[in-house]
Write a new protein. Structure first.
Length: 277
């Protein structure tokens, strides 16, 4: 018990000590991602817009009408935006130790800095993509296309940062766990790719949960932490209503629980990681 407390204490101490390095690594990750691109970081704005357009054309006439979803493109955008952040961040964090192995072996830096910087750089992309979402919301609201005139804005939209913060916390925990597992089990990368593909259809991104008639299937969806966070975000910016307290408590429990688990696993294996890279 004493060892665990000391490890946690050390974790937060080193975090404060290396904050400037974390910022620099985050900035570097952003630059490397768009290094050979003509449009650069503007892809963070354009890519979600293109994804929304393609998926809306493919699914709106089937899943949008079936679920009585008002303004299907905006509904789709809210789900796709958060899902894309989660999958991109966790995949980057998963490979962070392996990618930076030569530096880790030569220079002492708290190892969790690498998966954390990968996640934070993707979170910056998410923030830019939110600007795209605002533009999309305004466009459909003003034109009334695809039922956009039914969109409502309220003061609850200002609480959008709460589900995003919970998503960041949850993703950090998952990222730490995956980064450690990948050092010992290389195939986890391919397993996680398959899992993320299945997850896309296991949460209501392109469909409404109201279309699910099976009691057990609906229950499996509703215990999914990604569903909790996604629904909270939609309640703020899509439905324009207060966040459901049960969903908020569930999402908070999942997020902080997974983060603590990630820190625990990392602390337990951090000294041993370098011998397996």
């Amino acid at each position: 018990m004493e060892k665990t407390k000391n490890s946690d204490h050390t974790f937060w101490n080193t975090f404060n000590q290396y904050k400037s390095l974390l910022r620099e690594l985050t900035r570097k990750s952003l630059k490397l991602k768009y290094r050979d691109s003509v449009l650069g970081i503007f892809w963070s704005f354009i890519q979600p817009l293109l994804n929304m357009a393609v998926l809306s054309v493919v699914f709106s006439s089937i899943l949008g009408k079936r679920g009585n979803i008002a303004c299907y493109p905006v509904y789709l955008f809210t789900g796709r935006l958060l899902f894309e952040f989660f999958t991109t961040s966790t995949k980057a964090a998963l490979m962070s130790f392996r990618t930076n192995a030569p530096i880790i072996k030569k220079v002492y830096v708290p190892k969790y800095i690498y998966p954390l910087s990968s996640i934070l750089s993707t979170f910056v992309n998410l923030a830019i993509s939110l600007l795209c979402f605002i533009c999309v919301w305004i466009f459909f609201r003003l034109t009334g296309i695809s039922g956009g005139d039914s969109l409502t804005i309220s003061g609850y939209a200002l609480l959008f940062f709460i589900p995003l913060l919970l998503l960041l916390i949850f993703t950090t925990g998952v990222g730490l766990i995956l980064a450690v597992f990948q050092v010992y089990f290389r195939d986890i990368k391919y397993i996680w790719d398959v899992f993320c593909t299945l997850l896309f259809y296991a949460v209501p991104i392109i469909y409404s949960i109201d279309t699910i008639t099976s009691k057990w299937t609906r229950m499996l969806i509703e215990i999914n932490p990604i569903y909790h966070i996604m629904e909270l975000f939609r309640q703020c910016v899509y439905y324009g209503k207060p966040m459901d307290l049960d969903l908020l408590l569930g999402a908070s429990a999942w997020s902080f629980g997974v983060l603590l688990l990630g820190i625990f696993i990392f602390n337990k294996k951090s000294d041993d990681l370098i011998f397996h890279m």
